[in-house]
Design a protein. Structure first.
Length: 330
């Protein structure tokens, strides 16, 4: 379990209103740009801290961050070092666990998501929204391949997982402390925050922005990692693939039954058929289908066990707000 005391304090500030969590994996060439960009917008933000989460970088990311030790800035900088590379989503979890602010913003280190949008997010939060999602207005800076695969992925998620899954939303978001508290209490081993943030509910709002190109360095999400990420997302939010197994079993069974009926009909009508062939095929098809149905049924139970093991709370609620005292009876 990590706590805020596990962080290296580069400059102290007791209770910042906002924590900016920035996961970094080999991002040495982006650190000074990050600090520069936040200096530019510091005046538009409430008191804040930047919490760098070093996800086991092998380059000079840590040295770059530590070079700010003793520097005077309008904001606090903290560094949390993970013991090895755990991956982007777990780096975000570690950051949220160590967040001190009343709200927490997560943003990538490569400045593809512009920090200049954060003041708008803060405004939405102050209006009472607990979740403010950064939504990419256009993705023309992304490759055709990335845009197409992303579009397919969002459709699949909407159909199979959640109808309210927002398209073109990444991990650039602001969440209030109460949402942070829910997220960090979840025992999920492979959290997919974009889905979980939708699942938690609460009042949510969007801020649209233009996604820029990576400031420097290379993407840490090559194709295979992206596919794994998508599969994680789907399976941690949908049991529908298991239902497809059951349905496909039924379809195969029905084929088997049709084969068999046609065979019997032709036989009774006196057609000369190759002996044993159709009956064998139809029986194999029918039994094969039945086995697939059985697997699907077992899968349904495993799906329920999985849901139980995920250990998400059954229900989340706001604390009671409206209190109307009843009349005292004497
Ligand atoms: N990242 C991380 N650990 C990893 C991979 C990525 O902390 O194992 C961070 C990375 O440094 C960046 C963010 O996650 O701040 C998003 O990565 P990237 O920009 O490479 O993803 P893309 O924008 O290409 O999808
Ligand atoms: Mg990026």
């Amino acid at each position: 379990m990590l706590s805020s005391t596990d962080c290296e304090i580069i400059k102290t500030m007791q209770n910042p209103e906002l924590t900016i969590v920035i996961p970094c994996f080999n991002e040495e060439s982006n650190i000074s740009q990050i600090v520069f960009r936040f200096e530019q917008i510091a005046a538009q933000l409430p008191s804040f801290e930047i919490l760098f989460v070093d996800d086991g970088s092998k380059d000079k990311t840590v040295e770059q961050i530590l070079s700010y030790k003793g520097a005077t800035k309008d904001f606090n900088i903290r560094l949390l070092r993970l013991s090895r590379n755990f991956g982007h989503q777990l780096a975000l979890l570690a950051g949220m666990r160590s967040s001190l602010g009343e709200a927490c913003v997560t943003i990538d280190a490569d400045m593809q998501d512009p920090p200049e949008v954060i003041p708008d997010m803060v405004r939405e939060w102050k209006k009472g929204y607990d979740v403010v999602l950064g939504q990419r207005g256009d993705r023309f800076k992304d490759t055709w391949f990335k845009r197409t695969t992303a579009a397919i992925f969002y459709r699949i998620m909407i159909i199979l997982a959640r109808g309210d899954f927002p398209a073109n939303v990444g991990d650039f978001r602001l969440i209030s402390k109460r949402v942070v508290d829910v997220l960090k209490s979840l025992p999920e081993q492979s959290p997919y925050w974009r889905g979980i943030v939708v699942w938690v509910g609460f009042k949510r709002s969007f801020v649209t922005y233009k996604r820029a190109e990576r400031f420097s360095g290379e993407t840490k999400y090559p194709f295979i990692k992206m596919v794994t990420f998508g599969v994680d997302a789907l399976f941690s939010f949908s049991k529908k693939p298991l239902l497809f197994v059951v349905y496909s079993g039924f379809v195969i069974c029905i084929f088997g039954a049709i084969f068999l009926s046609v065979y019997i009909f032709l036989k009774l009508s006196g057609y000369a058929l190759v002996p044993g062939w159709v009956s064998l095929i139809s029986l194999i098809t029918f039994i094969g289908g039945f086995q697939i149905i059985c697997m699907g049924v077992i899968g349904q139970y495993i799906g329920r066990i999985y849901e139980q093991v995920l250990g998400r709370p059954q229900v989340l609620a706001y604390p009671p707000e409206l209190v109307v005292p009843s009349e005292q009876k004497h």
